[in-house]
Design a protein around this ligand. Structure first.
Ligand SMILES: [Zn+2]
Ligand SMILES: [Zn+2]
Length: 256
């Protein structure tokens, strides 16, 4: 199983591609504007979106994905997420015309182009070459994380989250865990803001990493554009030398 990084940027004050990861050729982990970098045939191959939450830097690419399926005879996508997130989307982002139309417009195969399938933490979604499980998260909006288990290895993804010990204990107990994509939005100088918004700072993240086996690769994502350099230099300065920590960049491929 191959996870391709399409975008990792946070917020709306950036021109960089926002959070989206392609799992094999058929599944998206979050649907930020990173998905818009894919060619038409790749967009048409996407069958499902594993969504962490309803913030625009994680769903902002959904309109382009659905428009592509509508225009080119695609089958549409199933979005797997919590019911609270479905409610936020249908009353907010999707309430804008024409997105709500996709809930009733049939795609190739007869199903609506946009289908929601709600889930709860702990629920598992079968994938063609593995499985995905919804994990807990702590954010200012309802949110989840995910763990993606491939044939050989597993990747955990925090989504947007402040300190959530349950996520880290869950991830640590996945026997094949090899990689974690961690959000690290702010430097410690903005700790109050991080706490209020449900994000992490280097010191907070480092404390949570204590339960994770040291051979696991830690990928840093979702850096705020204004504090990227500061947060990265801070985590590199305070992290023990035996931890594998690196900034996650678009184009990176993680083999599970
Ligand atoms: Zn975000
Ligand atoms: Zn968010």
């Amino acid at each position: 199983m191959i996870v391709s990084v399409l975008g990792t940027a946070a917020g709306t004050d950036t021109l960089a591609a926002t959070s989206s990861y392609l799992v094999d050729n058929n599944t998206l982990l979050d649907c930020g504007t990173g998905v818009e970098t894919l060619p038409t045939e790749s967009l048409l191959a996407i069958e499902r979106v594993l969504l962490t939450h309803a913030h625009v830097d994680h769903v902002g690419g959904l309109a382009a994905l659905l428009a592509c399926h509508a225009q080119h005879g695609g089958q549409g996508v199933t979005v797997h997420t919590q019911q609270e997130t479905v409610d936020e989307l249908t009353s907010g982002l999707l309430a804008d015309v024409p997105l709500t139309g996709y809930l009733t417009t049939p795609g190739a195969g007869g199903l609506p182009l946009l289908r929601f399938q709600s889930l709860e933490v702990g629920d598992t979604i079968p994938l063609p070459d593995g499985m995905a499980t919804a994990l807990p998260a702590q954010h200012r909006s309802p949110a989840i994380g995910w763990v993606i288990e491939g044939p050989w290895r597993a990747l955990a993804y925090t989504g947007d989250s402040g300190p959530c010990p349950a996520f880290w204990h869950w991830a640590a107990n996945v026997p094949s865990l090899s990689d974690i994509i961690c959000e690290l939005t702010y430097a410690s100088s903005d700790a109050e803001r991080a706490k209020a918004e449900g994000h992490m700072t280097p010191g907070v993240l480092l404390g949570l990493l204590e339960v994770i086996p040291p051979n696991v690769q830690i990928w840093i994502s979702h850096l705020s554009s204004a504090q990227r350099e500061q947060a990265l230099s801070e985590i590199k300065r305070i992290a023990p030398a035996n931890l594998n920590i690196a900034e996650l960049k678009p184009g990176t491929v993680i083999d599970l």
